[in-house]
Write a protein that binds this ligand. Structure first.
Ligand code: NAP
Length: 300
């Protein structure tokens, strides 16, 4: 048996097309153009790439895009003033402040300043709480992407045992909430978990969000399980030449492929879903701010 490969790139392209359809209907029927503001402070090269991709894809689906590139020396007060202005701006329905921030700025203060109504990253306590009790609103982008892939490829998740490896606020914890809402039995594992291999072996669904290259071995995977690999790790690739590197996930992909039922590759699995889900969240917040129900296919 060889696992079905979950092509996140293709799924994300289809999702963006659906989002573009929702955006044009919102414009036509309600005169609303969903708007996303992305803010970057300083010159972290990886963050600059992410922010440019986010701004480009926002425009491609027909949304209004605003990009603020602030100098490394920006003070906390200046950034908070910008967030306040964006909170009040009726053309902006989503605010994303790219992390990490320079040392002089407390990221918690900035996150808390974002209006929960426009919190498309789902970082504020109010947004996190809404997900927990099942109220409509934005959902953490990467877990939302994982859920969409699981629903589409695996189908009904009722009663499945999901093991999530990693308990970050960004991925592990919101993933657990979403899978609980899907009627999975959820186990969250972390760095202090005893017998991680034994726990992963029980999983019908494994979500790996650790940040340790190929931690999860092929013989930890239950035959037929769905394996969602969130990890992105750069490792040396001497076969490509001296000093070259390649990206791998948290799962030993080659070893898991003949055992799993479904598996996401790295790159090309979960990664492309994250920005697409940011756009989905902006349609959700634009709808809710204007008193409309968000499109069902963009929400959990
Ligand atoms: P994080 O905040 O560093 O959390 C890592 C989690 O893994 C922690 O809960 C930690 O446990 C656990 N862990 C560490 N070593 C472990 C081990 N040996 N066994 C079991 N658990 C272990 O990371 P994150 O932000 O969730 O990201 C995880 C990975 O996903 C990273 O590679 C990141 O780059 C990637 N990522 C990808 C996307 C995407 O769009 N594709 C988005 C976000 C993140 P403790 O809590 O006990 O320390």
């Amino acid at each position: 048996m060889t696992a079905q490969i979950i092509d996140g790139r293709a799924y994300a392209a289809g999702l963006r097309e659906r989002i573009a359809g929702h955006v044009s209907r919102l414009k036509r029927d309600s005169g609303i153009t969903p708007g996303l503001a992305v803010v970057i402070v300083g010159h972290d090269p990886a963050s600059e790439v992410y922010v440019s991709q986010k701004a480009k894809q926002t425009v491609e689906v027909g949304m209004h895009s605003e990009k603020y590139e602030l100098p490394e020396t920006t003070s906390e007060a200046e950034l908070l003033a910008l967030v306040e202005r964006l909170n009040r701006d009726p053309n902006v329905h989503g605010i994303l402040v790219q992390l990490p921030l320079p040392r002089q700025i407390d990221p918690h203060k900035v996150i808390l300043a974002i209006s929960p109504d426009k919190d498309v990253d789902c970082f504020t306590p109010a947004s996190v709480g809404k997900v927990q009790i099942g109220l409509p609103g934005p959902v953490a982008c990467t877990p939302l992407g994982c859920l969409m892939l699981l629903r589409d490829f695996v189908g009904n998740l009722d009663g499945k045992h999901a093991v999530i490896v990693g308990r970050s606020n960004l991925v592990g914890k919101p993933m657990a909430q979403l899978l609980l809402r899907e009627n999975c039995t959820v186990t969250i594992a972390h760095s202090k978990t005893a017998d991680l291999p034994g726990i992963v072996r029980q999983a019908d669904i494994v979500v790996a969000a650790v940040g340790r290259p190929q931690l999860i071995k092929g013989d930890w995977i239950k035959p037929g399980a769905a394996v969602i690999d969130v990890g992105v790790n750069r490792i040396p690739a001497p076969e490509k030449g001296e000093g070259k590197t390649r990206l791998v996930g948290d799962v030993d992909y080659t070893a898991a492929l003949p055992v799993a039922g479904w598996i996401t590759p790295v790159p090309g699995g979960v990664g492309p879903m994250t920005i697409a889900c940011l756009l989905a969240n902006t349609v959700t917040t634009a709808s809710l701010i204007n008193g409309l129900a968000p499109p069902k296919d963009l929400t959990p």
